[in-house]
Design a protein around this ligand. Structure first.
Ligand code: TXA
Ligand code: MG
Length: 338
């Protein structure tokens, strides 16, 4: 069961010059601030401070073997801390600022705790304007995993962060609902001739292939299904406390049993029944992905025993949606979050 936490609403800060300054000040003091990005909310701390980064792992309950993404204000700042390549520069020019994370060999200045001891680092330049304004104000980059307790559903609104981590962090910068609502695409670019997709997201493999004129290796071409793709990219992830059933696309039944909620891709025709929900009026894939975590967070606070969720078509952002859905459904033992 979800443990209801008293939400300290005063930690959700409306965006202004003053609150931006307050967030910058907190981060300079090695405190943590939840920040809006165009994908999901991040739990941010000074990436160059071991002390701040350690707090991120503690607050999330994240194992130290699971490396973090470092967020920069611009490509130039990002590439000064890793060993970039022509392919990395090309992708940055095409997709940054935006929801693409690149894995490249790191320079020594990035603390080992950020990368879980790996020689590579995950870097990205976010597009969200408030996050950009905050990064512009700081003279260090921000390490930020998604701002959820480890293994739980990623937050796409400030209230989601407040409900789960609100008692453990200094502030949440309110950027409203996230534009994509699903995490960035992660691309392993350590070998620039063999880019490998580690996590599907809003930047599609096909778009990367067009820009690089190279084939992108998909995980299912190189790994066993369900295997761990990258450190921390665990099969069991993004999971609500309520059990999830995956229903094939187009096969959803619209007669929920007692204790069951049904989540369709698009609004069903005719009169709708109780406990039937949908992610988009029209079946638009981008909207389906954007609303998924938000609806999971909401339904997980209700009394359902099972959420039956319709899979999306395997194309575009539907690939990222189905990836998160499979991981959310693969929990065998439910853990109550605190
Ligand atoms: O959209 C996003 O990427 C959000 C926002 C806040 O930027 N962040 C996010 O962070 O989703 P997180 O920590 O929840 O996911 C980071 C992913 C993990 O799957 C991790 O294993 C992978 O990136 N990763 C980080 N560093 C890596 C590395 N050096 N090699 C391979 N994978 C890495
Ligand atoms: Mg995460």
């Amino acid at each position: 069961m979800f443990t209801q936490i008293k939400v300290p609403h005063e930690i959700i800060l409306n965006y202004s010059e003053d609150t931006l300054e307050r967030c910058a000040h907190l981060l300079q003091q090695d405190e943590l601030v939840a920040v809006p990005t165009e994908t999901v909310y991040g739990l941010a701390g000074n990436a160059l401070s071991e002390n701040a980064v350690r707090k991120i792992f503690n607050v999330k309950g994240r194992p130290l073997i699971d490396p973090l993404i470092t967020h920069f204000k611009c490509a130039e700042a990002a590439f000064s801390l890793v060993y970039a390549s022509a392919a990395a520069e090309t992708l940055a020019a095409a997709f940054w600022p935006g929801p693409l994370t690149l894995i490249l060999e790191k320079r020594a200045i990035i603390p080992d705790i950020v990368t879980a001891g790996l020689s590579s680092a995950a870097i990205r330049v976010p597009r969200q304007p408030m996050m950009q304004a905050l990064l512009q104000r700081l003279n260090f980059p921000l390490a930020a995993p998604s701002a959820n307790p480890f293994g739980y559903v990623s937050p796409t609104r400030p209230e989601h962060v407040a409900h789960t981590l609100g008692s453990k962090i200094a502030a949440i910068l309110d950027g409203g609902a996230c534009a994509h609502g699903i995490e960035s695409t992660v691309l392993d670019l350590r070998d620039s001739r063999k880019p490998q997709l580690l996590r599907p997201g809003p930047i599609y493999a096909e778009a990367i292939e067009t820009v690089l004129s190279l084939k992108v290796l998909r995980a299912d071409q190189t790994q066993q299904k369900g295997a761990q793709l990258s450190p921390g990219q665990l099969t069991r992830h993004y999971s609500p406390n309520t059990g999830i059933n995956i229903i094939e696309h187009g096969q959803l039944h619209l007669d929920p049993r007692p204790g069951e909620a049904v989540i369709a891709n698009r609004k069903p025709g005719g009169t709708t029944k109780d406990h039937v929900y949908w992610l988009s009026e029209t079946g638009d894939l981008v909207e389906i992905a954007r609303n998924f975590f938000d609806l999971l967070q909401k339904l997980d606070r209700m009394d359902y025993q099972t959420l039956s969720v319709e899979a999306a078509p395997e194309l575009g952002i539907g690939l990222a949606f189905n990836d998160r859905l499979r991981r959310a459904a693969s929990v065998s033992v439910k853990q109550a979050i605190r």
